[in-house]
Structures are given as structure tokens and as C-alpha cells.
Write a protein that binds this ligand. Sequence first.
Ligand code: GLC
Length: 731
Amino acid sequence: MKHPEIEKRIKDLLGKMTLEEKVGQLHQAGGSIVGAFDLSLEEILTMVQDGRMTEEEAHKMISEAKRDWHEDDLRAGRIGSYLGLVGSEEMNRMQHIAVEETRLGIPLINGFDVIHGFRTITPIPLAESCAWDMDLWEHTARMSAEEAAAAGIHMTFSPMVDVSKDPRWGRIAESAGEDALLNGLYGEAKVKGYQTDDLARHDALAACVKHFAAYGAAEGGRDYNRVDMSPQRFEEEYLPSYERAVKAGARAVMPAFNDLSGVPCSVNKKLLTDILRKRWGFDGMTISDANAIAECINHGIAADRRDAARQALNAGMDMDMTSGCFLDHVKELVETDEVSMERLDEAVGDILRLKFELGLFDDPYRSDAEREKAAMLTPAHRALAREAARKSMVLLKNDGLLPLKEGLRIGLAGALASDGDEMCGTWAGIVQPGDCRSIRDGLEVEQISYDRVTEGPLPDCDVFLCAIGEGKNESGEAASRASLELRDEDIALLKRLKASGKPVVAVVFAGRPLCLGPAIECAGAILMAWHPGTEAGPAILDLLFGRANPSARLTAGFPAATGQCPSLYYDHIRTGRPAGKFKYTSKYLDAPVEPLFPFGFGLSYTDYQYSDISASQTKDGIHAEITVQNTGDRAGDEIVQCYFRDPVARRVRPVRKLAAFEKIALRPGESKRVSFDIPDTALGYFDPDMNFIIDDGLIEIHIGANARDTLRADVNFIRENQAPAANTSRP
Ligand code: GLC
């Protein structure tokens, strides 16, 4: 929402700015690598590609390299923002140049990827989404913002709300999984946590919703690949999560690298102007992804950098992240009227607005070294990271082995069991070596004796804890996989332990669903730990020893075979020949159709019984109820999930669609009547002519512990004076 005082200050300032100064505000600079080898990032990457340098060496060089923040360019008014400048003293030094040594003293805005923690790392978003807990998501975002803002960060490139239905895509790790509602709620909670209701607070961060839009639908699960879908599917399954996060008040949006049905998002006016600004009323700032404007040349949409700059700015892009296309070409584009001064002023105005809202003009130095040091990795932050990890790990199998009794002799197996640095996963902020506690660290802190499984004879123990899965670099950006099978050494280790006849608990670390068939065969219990962050080990032991009862539920289905991707997701359609025993039905010869573990699945140390489902139409939707009882002997949290199905419609509809959920605490024996109110708009969809409609007729309500195991109640849904909504603009 625009504030009159700020709008007046923007107008006054624009009136004073030269064309060059306006162009400078559009440019976000990165720090050039000027390490000992004085290599550019491109040269380093080339050396990695042709084998003259390992990825580890490159990562070490980049992370340790001194950076040149181009101070002369800053003094000349050619930089409006930085990417990745970390440290309050360094930020204050650069801010001082911007504020005191440039003609108009316009402050910098500093952006960084605070995705799941800054120094204290919480579970990766895919893990944390399995908590189905908006309060937790907001609290961990708040903690991240306290740490990052203290280190001189003003804006985070988060939340990522890309619906991710294909676990081959490495960035599913950064998402809230395969469902639109969950991704939207996750994004909304994160925006509130980062920004609070006062962006000028010294511990607030501006949120940047990304990647707009449908980046998670990359063909083949291969990162940066094309995205092509019907406008109906885009509007129903992919757009809602961005809309909810934007309408939660996010002050920035980042278009995605991919094209959307042929038009790259960076130059997609329908996305950046028609939907984002005109339909949703967004008045914040758009910022490209890294180098994405220049990459429109690779897409084959722009003839050169100048053409890319012209198309992006005219489509609705405000700030250019590091490509330099705007800095190099916008002045000339305006002088030749290929970009209007009005459009340029809009873009600069969006950027200045965010800087005013952050309070940077009146209060440009928001932190200092003392505050920065005090903010990091506090006991309270570690405690929250441990709580978040406990609530994010999903118990997938338990044949009675868990919870473990204290005093058992443990055989600890798998390299990931003792490597804390691998626990934080992708985009792990500024985590330092040694920050994160592995399972071994947890055992040692608690003085629980264990024997390490080595290549030699197996140790004499009562139970094996076997850590398997992916390291932190095997998911995230540019980390797609063509196979989701467990690695051979993990399978061999599981089989070796099973052959001992001793019980095996598999703890799986990963940034994505994997094919866990071998773990199901060899382990009596399986805990999906994902990449749980700083307090990985202690949280895992909390769950394995029953100090906490697992409550997390999957937000993405687990495949039995990679070939099931990408059509594994729960909200699939029936087809004309739903999978069945008859040969000529939609299935595979060599793999099941259903996931190994369905969306919404997760076990507890207690049991829950669902009964007495009811559903009825109300004046503006459907009211549904169900009774849930804790029939076990332990207290627990259950995530009651309410789905619906529209069995006869004017387009094929999903067999299930999550409409609502509620997380409830139940003591042993306790029952609760849980109710849901589904607005009729949630039942709507786009007809073949892109009219948004809500059908009359039967609506099935399915409520249960996951997308597969539900009770059903039917509603004969009749809306008065049904008329198609006005035709929405096509994406
Ligand atoms: C990356 C990612 C984006 C991130 C940006 C800045 O390429 O696509 O998510 O925010 O660059 O690091």
C-alpha cells in the first residue's frame, strides 16, 4: 500500500535525478572475485568444467575470496543495490559511500538468500513444510531476519513458493512441495515473519517472492528447462501460491529463469504487468534472477543485451541482478524513446519506495559489529532450530522398533551420521564449519555410547543407526537428478547391516523424495530427516528416543521408481482408463502407479482413529466435520487433512485437492471434533474458455491422515444463479 508521504518524497527525488542516476538505481552489483588467483567467477567455473579445479576447491576459493564491491562505480551513482554483501561493518562502509559520497545520497539496498536460516540454519523448506505449521514457519523466518538484518542484509530472496511436483528437480528442496495451498500458506507465513508489520524495524527484512512463475514445472525435472502448460492449469495449480505470498504483503518479486509457454518470465509482460500489477495490485519491486536478463539471448528471445534490457524493462522488470544490461543500455534506450521516461520513473520509483519503506533514507546504518555478533547462533535460536527439525522429520516406517529404549548399545553407520556440515542442505546462509551437530555429535553431547561401523567386522550392538541419502550439494539449484535411487554404497550398507540380524533404523538425509525401496526391505524403521539444519543430531535423537513424538507429514509423494516422475503427484486426474488389474489401463509394466509413500503421509508413536465424517452445503461453501481420537498410549499432534473431488466437471478434475487442514494435539484416549469450512471459490476451476466456474452437483469430501487414507462424505452442491465469472486474463 502506498504512503502519501513516501510517494511525495519519491516524486521530489525523481525530479532531481539525472538519467544516469536513475539508471544506476536499476543495477544490483555482485562482488567480483579477487581472491589470491584474481580469477573471475566465469574463469573459476570454466576451470571446474574442464577439470583444472574441483568443485570443492572452487567453492572454498569463492567463499574465502576477497570481493571487490566496485566502490568507484558506487561513488559514480552506478549501483543501487548489492547481492551478497555480508557483514554490518562492510555494509556500513559501502552505505557511507552511497549516502555521503554521491550527489543525492540515495542509500543502497542489500539482498541475500536467507532461505532457511542465516547463521542458525533450520530445516530446508521442503522439510519444514512437512510441519504443516504456519506459526512455526513464521517464527523461523523471524529468527532468520534477526540474524541477517544484524549482518547488514535488508532484503531476502525468499520465500520460494514454486509448486514442485517432480522430485528430479533439485530445487524441490527449496519449496513447500507439490501442493498449491501449502506453498501459498508457507509463503504467507514467511513474508510475515521476515517483514513484520513495520519494515523500518532494524530486524526486519523485505521479502522477495520467487520464482515467478511455475519454475517448478521444468520439463523433465531439469533445472532451467522449458515450462509449457495450459492457461487453466497455470491458473489453478501454479499461480495461487505466488498470489497468496504477494497479497501477504511481500515487497519484492523475482521472475523465474524459465520461459512460460514460450515467453521467458524475465520479459513476460503478462506476468510482470498484467497479472502482478494490474490484477493483483502489487506496488513493490521486481528484481531479475541472477544474470537472467542477459540470458534472454540464450532463450532466443533477445538479439543482444540491449534488446534484452529493452524487453525486460518494458515488460515490468525494475532491477537487474548482476547482468549489467540495464546499466549498459537503458540510458540510450530512453534517449531513443524505446523505453519511455515514464516507465523508467516507475521502475526507479518502485526501488526508491522499498528503500523508503525500509527506512534507509532516514536511518541507513541499521546494524553494527556488536549487534551482529550478539544476534548469531544464540541458545534460543538453536532451540528453535531443534524444535523446527523435530517437527519436520517424517516417520515413514516403524515395525515397533521405535522409540528406542535408553541404554541400548548403538552401532552408528554411514558417513552422513558424523558429518555436521552436510546437515544444512542447500542455500545454508553463512553457516560455518562446526556449527551443525550431526547424529554423532548428538550422541557425544548426551554421552550415549556408540560404536562406529567401519569396513571391518561389525561392532557388537543392540541396534544400528544407518545414515543414508544425499549430501548438501546434491539438491538445490542446478542439481537435478535423472535417477532417484539410493546410491549403491547405501544399499550395500543397508544389506550388510540387515544380514547381521540386528534391528536397523535408517535415517535418510536428502533435499528431495528418493526411491526408498531398499530401506523398506532392510530397515525396521525409517526416519526421513531431509537436511534438518544446525541441530540435526539432537533433534533426531529426540525423536528416536521418544522424547518427542513424530508429527510431520509429507508434502511431496515418494516414488517407488524414478520413472513414475513427473506424474506421481497426488492431485492427478483419473484418465479414461484409471490404473487397474485389466491390462488396458493407465499404468506401468515395471513399476506401480501409486507413490511408495503418499502426499500427507507420516507415522506417529501413537495411533489415531477417524470417524463420523459429515459434510453439508452452507451459504458460501461446504462445512465438513470429522471426529479424531488418539487410540494409543502417547500424546501426539495429528494433521487432519480435508480434500475434495469434483467427479463430473467441464474439464477433467483432480482425484483429490487439498482444501484445508488442521493440526491438533490429542492426549491418549482423547477425541476432538474437527471442522472445516471450504469456500465455494476453492471448488472453482477454469472451463475450456477460461471462465472461472463453480459446478452444481456432487462434491466428494475426503478427510483423513493423508491423501490416500480418508473417509468420504458427499454433498449435492447447488449454487443459485450460477453464471460464469468474467473471463480472467490469460497468463
Ligand atoms: C540464483 C537463484 C535465486 C537466487 C539468486 C541470488 O541463481 O535462482 O533463487 O535468489 O540467484 O543468489
